[in-house]
Design a protein around this ligand. Structure first.
Ligand SMILES: NC(=O)c1ccc[n+]([C@@H]2O[C@H](COP(=O)([O-])OP(=O)(O)OC[C@H]3O[C@@H](n4cnc5c(N)ncnc54)[C@H](O)[C@@H]3O)[C@@H](O)[C@H]2O)c1
Length: 249
C-alpha cells in the first residue's frame, strides 16, 4: 500500500497496537504523527521510523483534554496543511469488578477511551468536511460488543460500546462529505496491556479462541492500513473484529 503524501495522525502510538500502526503507515510512506501522553516512549518509535528512512513526528497529548487536543490538531494542520487519516487508538483498561468501581474510575475510563475519541474527531471533522475527504479509524474492542471479557470490565466495555456507536454516527454524518469512519475490535492482542496475562490463565483463555492465538499488533495494523486505503473506499460504519474468532460464540 502506498500512502505517499497522506498525513496520518495516530493517538497512543508509543507502544503496542498504536506503535505497530505508526510503523506500518510510515513504511507505506505516510507522514505519521503520533499523539501520546508518553512523549519519551513515542520518541523511541519516532526514532525507529526515522532510522528506517521514513517520516514521523511526536506531539505530547492527553486525549482526554479537549482544549489541548484542539490546539494540537490545529498545530498539526498548520504545519502539514491537512489531516487525511485519524486513528483513535489511545486507551486504558481496568480490571476492577463493577461493584468495586468508583465514579472516579468511570470518569477516567470514559474521559480517555470515549471522550478522547470525541475530542480528536470534533477537532478534525470540520476540515475533513471542508476537504470532502477523510478516514477515521477507531480502535474499539470485542469487549464493547460482549459487555467486557477476559480483562475488560464493565466500564471498559461501556467506553468501547460508546466508541462503536460514535463510529456509526460519524459514518452517517460524514458519508455525504466523503468521510469514511470505521472501527476495529481487536480481541486479546500481544501488547503491554496483556502483560499480567500469563501462565495457566493465558493458556486457558487461548483454548477459547478458535484460532488458538492472541493477535499480534501487526494483525490490527494491517486492517487499519486496508480501511484507510482506497481499496476500502466503499466501506463505512463497519465494525471489524480482529479476534481469532472469539465473536463466533
Ligand atoms: N491489547 C489488547 O488485548 C486489546 C484488545 C482490544 C482492544 N484494545 C485497544 O487497542 C488500543 C491500544 O491498546 P494496546 O494494547 O496497544 O495498549 P497499550 O497500553 O499498550 O498502549 C496504549 C497507548 O495509549 C497511550 N495513552 C494512554 N492514555 C492516553 C491518554 N490519556 N492520552 C494519550 N495517549 C494515551 C499510552 O501511552 C500507550 O501508548 C486501546 O484502545 C485498547 O483498548 C487492546
Amino acid at each position: 500500500m502506498d500512502f505517499k503524501d497522506k498525513v496520518v495522525v495516530i493517538t497512543g502510538g508509543s507502544q503496542g497496537i498504536g506503535r505497530a500502526i505508526a510503523l506500518s503507515f510510515a513504511r507505506a510512506k505516510a507522514k505519521v504523527i503520533i499523539m501520546d501522553i508518553n512523549k519519551e516512549l513515542a520518541e523511541k518509535v519516532q526514532d525507529e521510523i526515522t532510522k528506517e528512512g521514513f517520516d514521523a513526528k511526536v506531539y505530547k497529548l492527553d486525549v482526554s483534554n479537549a482544549e489541548e487536543t484542539k490546539k494540537t490538531i490545529d498545530e498539526i494542520t498548520a504545519e502539514y496543511g491537512k489531516i487525511d487519516v485519524l486513528i483513535n487508538n489511545a486507551g486504558i483498561v481496568d480490571t476492577k469488578r463493577f461493584v468495586d468501581s468508583s465514579e472516579k474510575d468511570w470518569d477516567r475510563m470514559i474521559n480517555i477511551n470515549l471522550k478522547g475519541v470525541f475530542n480528536t474527531c470534533s477537532a478534525v471533522f470540520p476540515q475533513m468536511i471542508a476537504r470532502k475527504y477523510g478516514k477515521i479509524i477507531n480502535i474499539a474492542s470485542v469487549a464493547g460488543k460482549r459487555g467486557g471479557g477476559i480483562f475488560g470490565n464493565t466500564l471498559y466495555a461501556a467506553s468501547k460500546a460508546g466508541v462503536i456507536g460514535m463510529t456509526k454516527g460519524l459514518a452517517r454524518e460524514g458519508g455525504p462529505y466523503g468521510i469514511n469512519a470505521n472501527a476495529i475490535c481487536p480481541g486479546p492482542t500481544n501488547t503491554p496491556m496483556l502483560d499480567d496475562f500469563t501462565g495457566e490463565k493465558r493458556e486457558n483463555f487461548l483454548n477459547t479462541i478458535p484460532l488458538r492465538r492472541f493477535a499480534d499488533p501487526e494483525d490490527v495494523a494491517n486492517v487499519a492500513l486496508f480501511l484507510a486505503s482506497d481499496m476500502a473506499k466503499h466501506i463505512t460504519g463497519e465494525i471489524t473484529d480482529v479476534d481469532g474468532g472469539i465473536m463466533l460464540d
